[in-house]
Unconditional design. Sequence first.
Length: 135
Amino acid sequence: MQLKHARMWANSLSITSVAKITVIQPGTVLRATTGLNVRNKANGADVLATLIAGALVTALASPANGWVQVSVTGRCPVASPVTLRYEDSEKSLVIAKVHKTKSLVDLVPAMGGWRFVRLTGFCSVRFTQIVQPNG
């Protein structure tokens, strides 16, 4: 519904304001509102990783049936790539716990014992919040 028509409809009901609806589209930055599983496919049983509450991901497509394809980048130790972090330091904040390390894609060659990786999968939009709309 266009905003103009929404206002006309709201006025007919004596509603004084209409919330602006933001649509998730490719490039939208989302925040996990709780520990959130990233799965191999929508409604998939295979959990690739679990995002920590507050972790940021980027939508790769518009949601379908309550699921959105997302991408998250971070750093993990070469020797033990089970914790995805924002920076290449054990003291850096954690983004996710990785359950399927083969799902990580290296973006650049490993340096200094750390990998810069991307994880792509699907998560429920129900447990996300828009941080930065695309557009």
